[in-house]
Design a protein around this ligand. Structure first.
Ligand SMILES: NC(=[NH2+])NCCC[C@H](N)C(=O)O
Length: 646
């Protein structure tokens, strides 16, 4: 399983080996990243030939988006030499000495394009992929506090994601947060960070009172243990219906009182009646119940804790299907009153808060942040709010974990909330803490529902997509009969479909949840990606070669353009990961993987394995095995489970 924990092991093995082999350039790891061998080489050679600081050249060498632009490119304007860039590029290109590693470079406008010579590249890249396996592309040095002194340890990151609300549906926003957060956790893990995965549950508030009372009327012990999430939701819906029914008469009576008062009539009877209605209402009972929780009533807290524990146990099962396990189940309930009180004092002292109609508010417009408006910090009745808890929590986490970075993966609908949280933190005097925090947001998903109805629990969605994939698989009888565990494979393919659809665009773009589109084999979909992986696995089986011995193949036989381009693409995988650590976009990885699958599918006819001479067969199989490995590594970072047959 591609849990972040198993990824950690791959990273560590390689990092240890790389620290013994360092480069004179900062951030250059030739033993981890083949392209760094080339960057180092170009920087030194060009530096010497043209008398330019090699460090400057090294830091300006960029990767390319398409292979026709070279393997590395140097935008010469960045060298800050007073000459027309086009002329300078031509001049420097001509000065570049003959090299074993690089073809004579060409100037293309203001860029110099460098193309690697295929022979040595194939040897380095394929050799490494086949021996480093899951560790190829990882870079444990990126997460070190001090890359020149590993004994100082790793940087620590908290990634808070998923964070559903107990007893309410797990909606599309939580699904996206789960997918993106899981991906970020894997990404930072392969970059050598110490990652803490945190789930901040919506597990506190008046809705709990409602739920607890509702459970007295509609609860069923057996149903609760069997399927807590669905049962609690049922109870929640039923008791909410009563709340809805009671609202009408209360509202009516309030209007009557208002009208009578305007006419100057006596309303004593009506007011007494209203007080009675309100007092007996579920809403008021819920408020009282929650108050008893806040006051520490042991019975109320015990019931709440049971609901919470059962829900978490169930969530864990669902997360496991997505290859995710959390290190910490925190939640709104876990924020200490003391932390909120301390935060409140700090806010008061810093002049962030003020009184307004009995409540305490923060008016950001007075603190140079017009767009953030005003926010209530403490309600009129003295109770804290969602924002207040987040303020307490951010301080607690800072104290407890001493993190270098914290990411909140939350829908763009909460942009204002997180901006307010970070601003308050800064204004309270924790500017440094605020600067270590980042909101990773994302757009909305429309129309997420199952085929049978609109129930929006994650399990239902995953089951539905899995069923659909099962139908698709059954259509190919011969293949279907060879799949060992078709149900499990269908489940994996379904989950892949959902996740790939989610990661196809930039995070901020919303999309329509489209069951037919995501489960199709046409286009860049999850099933297509899995198919590409399964096909490479099948090729390895049919070749009857020993995959562990392929690194001894003669790579110089791989001379065709298709082979060379594929190797060049495999060479860039470590750079793709480094770039992803900057964009923090799953699509950066995903589009790389689809580029590879397209290249593979156009290679099969040209680079045949079966039927080729033994040596050629072996070297081509080595190429495909390396491609499979990188595909596998990329899918694992995305949180996908690559299948071997389908
Ligand atoms: N620290 C936070 N506020 N995280 C986001 C929590 C999301 C919240 N439970 C919701 O469903 O809307």
């Amino acid at each position: 399983m591609a849990s972040a924990n198993s990824l950690t092991a791959s990273v560590q093995a390689l990092t240890l080996q790389s620290t013994t082999q360092t480069s004179k350039f900062a951030g250059c790891f030739p033993s981890l990243n083949p392209m760094d061998i080339y960057r180092e080489h170009i920087a030194e050679q060009l530096g010497k030939a043209a008398d330019i600081d090699p460090e400057l050249i090294f830091s300006r060498l960029a990767w390319t988006n398409t292979l026709d632009k070279g393997d590395l490119s140097l935008p010469v304007a960045a060298l800050r030499i007073k000459k027309k860039p086009d002329e300078l590029a031509a001049e420097l290109a001509s000065k570049f000495p003959e090299s074993d590693l690089i073809h004579p470079p060409t100037a293309f406008g203001p860029h110099i394009q460098f193309f690697c010579k295929p022979g040595p590249l194939a040897k380095t890249v394929l050799g490494r992929v086949l021996t480093e396996k899951a560790a190829y592309g990882t870079n444990g040095n990126m997460g070190l506090k001090d890359p020149s002194d590993p004994s100082k340890g790793k940087k620590k990151i908290i990634i808070e994601f998923s964070s559903p609300n107990i007893a309410k549906p797990f909606h599309a926003g939580h699904l996206r947060s789960t997918i993106i957060g899981g991906f970020l956790a894997n990404l930072f893990t392969v970059m050598g960070w110490d990652v803490i995965k945190m789930n901040y549950l919506g597990d506190w508030g008046k809705q709990y009172g409602l739920l607890a009372n509702g459970f007295k009327y509609f609860g069923d012990e057996e149903a609760l243990t069997k399927d807590p999430i669905n049962h609690l939701f049922d109870v929640y819906v039923k008791v909410n219906r009563i709340v809805g029914e009671q609202e009408g008469p209360i509202k009516e009576l309030k209007e009557q009182i208002k009208a009578k008062k305007e006419k100057g009539e006596d309303v004593a009877t009506e007011e007494a009646e209203l007080a009675k209605l309100v007092d007996a209402s579920e809403d008021e009972k819920a408020r009282r119940y929650f108050k008893s929780m806040e006051d520490g009533n042991p019975d109320a807290l015990a019931l709440w804790a049971r609901f919470r524990d059962l829900s978490i146990a169930k969530y864990k099962q669902t997360y496991a299907r997505l290859n995710i396990d959390f290190d910490v189940y925190s939640g709104e309930s876990q924020v200490k009153a003391e932390s909120m009180a301390n935060a409140f004092k700090a806010m008061e002292k810093a002049g962030v808060t003020e009184e307004s109609e009995g409540a305490v508010i923060a008016d950001f417009t007075k603190h140079g942040a017009k767009k953030l408006g005003k926010a209530i910090i403490i309600r009129k009745d003295g109770t804290p709010l969602y924002l207040t808890r987040d303020i307490g929590a951010i301080l607690e986490r800072d104290e407890k974990y001493h993190f270098d970075k914290m990411i909140y993966v939350v829908a763009a609908q909460q942009d204002l909330h997180l901006a307010q949280l970070f601003k308050v933190t800064e204004l309270m005097g924790h500017k440094d803490l605020a600067s270590r925090c980042q909101h990773i947001n994302f757009g909305m998903v429309h129309g997420m529902s199952t085929r049978k109805g609109t129930v929006k629990f994650l399990d239902d969605i995953l089951r539905d997509v899995g069923d659909k994939m099962h139908e698709v698989m059954k259509k190919n009888e011969t293949k279907y009969s060879q799949v060992e565990n078709p149900e499990e494979t269908a489940d994996t393919l379904g989950i892949t479909s959902v996740m790939v659809q989610d990661m196809t665009g930039k995070r901020i773009n919303g999309y329509d949840f489209n069951l037919d589109a995501m489960t199709s084999f046409e286009g860049d979909t999850g099933p297509y990606l899995q198919y590409a992986h399964a096909r490479l696995c099948s090729m390895a089986r049919k070749s009857e070669l020993n995959i562990d011995e392929l690194s001894s193949a003669d790579f110089s036989l791989l001379t065709e353009r298709h082979a060379v381009d594929l190797i060049r693409l495999l060479a860039s995988w470590p750079d793709v990961l480094i770039n992803t650590a900057k964009t923090l976009e799953p699509v950066t990885v995903l589009s790389y993987l689809f580029r590879m699958t397209h290249m593979l599918s156009s290679s099969y006819d040209v680079l045949k394995v079966i039927g080729s001479e033994p040596e050629l067969k072996k070297s081509r199989m080595a190429l495909y095995a390396a491609a499979r490995q990188v595909l596998h590594n990329g899918m694992r970072v995305l949180g996908l489970n690559p299948v071997e047959r389908m």
